[in-house]
Design a protein around this ligand. Structure first.
Ligand code: PFF
Length: 507
């Protein structure tokens, strides 16, 4: 192995890469967010936008991200610099700072799932369904999640300690395990009385919502997040691929695995909802659906309730862990490529910034938000930051990526490079998809987002106000804007360390 290979790392096998990439894609997004979105946007009404998002946006952008990593053999900012110049690097760093923010609160959400896992064998189901909501509220408002934040950061560091080697090993254990657990849950869900009703609701096409813009926006953001696009993760992972890899087929396979898992998760969730007539109202937040409503259904299972509740939360934790390591690997590889620091030093730096960040989101109740037990300080901050770091950044990065690669690097050049080692070949239609169709579609979604913002700045609507802290939504926005735009310009300007070894993974 050349020094370059040992410095950046290389996947042990094709299977290892597919498992790691699908471990990244399959996560909280597939269970927590998909279930909530599909329900909120009306079951069958969600599928048309979902499939359009998959074929028009998801798979093509996955091919671009895999292709960028494989051909440039660098992390996202360094790949963008090499392919498209300093402007590209700037957006690369911008996305990496957003990735770090998302990684911070993603781990906090995992800590809530881990706390609930612990409670599954204690007070969670003591009084059946009645104790689930109060236990969740009490857990969020306690310091237990903070303790789990520390444990989960420790696990992330262990799984990332030897780069591809440890990431691959983690994926090889956890990814098959999460499929098994999900299949157990879906079989149990479908065998419940009326379980199939939920499946009909989920799969009966419904064109009512097709003109509703928010359904499209929901499906597009969901797709980006679910496929781990727009944060540089897939670029980092594919930069560890051997040069001859077939990334077009791999992109199809990873997308297929991800969406299949999402479908199965949807079936499990909807069968439980309908079997026990749990129809969450509009006030049930995204997290409430998975962390409260589903366990409430499990509490009514005829037998082994604690076992199924434990299995469900354990599934969330392992699916989330294989994703959180990928979110962190993106900035880790970016810093390593820029400064040529050893992995241990970069891991320490990321943990030093990220762990306190996750702890902030785990803060229990400190603000009085009118007696809502689940509205803790941490969750309030998470909600405000998520609106910017997730709601905007993935789509903005997708847009700039499509434009830079489409017009700057030249998508036909990338397409030819990828076709040369691929079983499936992309035709010239792909060029127009990346150069024109995707930028137009994402721009329309973004413009509507911004227009919505003008009416009411996020977090300041009457229902969201809280005494004396009306400035908080603005403060979070300003903090986010300075951290991401300021941080990205500084990092772009810093001199690149000599690219020793970066380019040598040629095999
Ligand atoms: N795809 C992951 C999920 O569905 O939970 C989340 C994620 C991981 C998003 C990595 C973005 C990313 F880069």
């Amino acid at each position: 192995m050349s020094s370059g290979e040992s410095r950046r790392g290389l996947w042990g096998s094709k299977l290892g890469f597919v498992l790691a990439a699908s471990g990244s894609a399959i996560g909280l997004g597939n269970i927590v967010f998909f279930g909530a979105n599909a329900y909120r946007y009306g079951g069958g009404a969600f599928y048309v936008p979902y499939f359009v998002a998959l074929f028009l946006l998801g798979i093509p952008m996955m091919i671009v991200e895999f292709g960028l990593g494989k051909t440039q053999r660098r992390s996202f900012p360094a790949s963008m610099r090499k392919a498209c110049g300093a402007g590209g690097e700037f957006f690369g760093w911008w996305s990496q700072i957003n990735a770090l923010f998302i990684g911070m609160y993603y781990i906090t959400i995992l800590s809530w799932a881990a706390s609930m896992l612990m409670k599954a064998f204690g007070p969670l189901l003591e009084d059946g369904r009645a104790s689930v909501g109060p236990t969740f509220g009490a857990t969020l408002a306690s310091w237990t999640p903070a303790a789990f934040v520390v444990v989960l950061w420790g696990l992330n560091m262990v799984f990332l300690s030897k780069g591809t080697k440890t990431i691959e090993r983690t994926a090889k254990i956890f990814v098959p395990l999460m499929w098994v657990f999900m299949i157990v849950l879906v079989v149990r869900g479908l065998s419940l009385d009326n379980g199939f009703q939920g499946v009909w609701y989920l799969f009966t096409p419904n064109f009512d919502g097709i003109l509703d813009f928010s359904v499209w926006r929901g499906a597009f953001s969901q797709m980006f997040f679910s496929l781990s696009l727009g944060l540089g993760t897939m670029v980092a992972y594919s930069s560890y691929l051997p040069k001859k890899s077939d990334v077009i087929t791999n992109a199809g396979m990873v997308s297929f695995l991800n969406c299949s898992f999402e479908f199965i998760a949807g079936v499990a969730i909807f069968s439980i909802l309908f079997a026990f007539s749990l129809y969450p109202g509009s006030s049930t937040g995204t997290l409430g659906m998975s962390l409260v409503v589903i366990p409430s259904g499990i509490a009514e299972f005829p037998a082994a309730q604690a076992v199924f509740a434990g299995l469900f939360f354990f599934l969330l934790v392992i699916a989330g862990l294989t994703s959180s390591i990928s979110i962190l690997e993106a900035p880790i590889s970016a810093i390593r490529d820029k400064f040529a620091w050893p992995r241990g030093k970069v891991l320490a730096l990321i943990a030093l910034i990220g762990l306190p960040g996750s702890l902030v989101f785990a803060l229990p109740m400190m603000l009085d938000r009118g007696g809502e037990p689940t509205q803790t300080t941490g969750l309030t901050l998470l909600d405000l930051l998520d609106h910017w770091a997730f709601g905007y950044s993935l789509l903005i990065v997708g847009l700039t990526e499509a434009l830079y690669i489409g017009w700057g690097y030249g998508i036909s050049r990338l397409r030819n490079e990828l076709n040369a080692t691929s079983f499936l070949k992309l035709g010239p239609w792909f060029d127009w998809l990346i150069k024109l169709v995707i930028p137009v579609v994402i721009s329309v979604v973004l413009i509507f987002n911004v227009l919505g913002e003008i009416g009411a700045f996020y977090g300041t609507k009457e229902s969201q106000l809280f005494d004396g802290l009306n400035w908080l939504p603005f403060a979070v926005f300003i903090f986010w804007a300075i951290a991401t735009f300021g941080g990205a310009s500084v990092l772009t300007r810093l001199t690149q360390a000599k690219e020793e070894g970066i380019e040598r993974v040629e095999s």
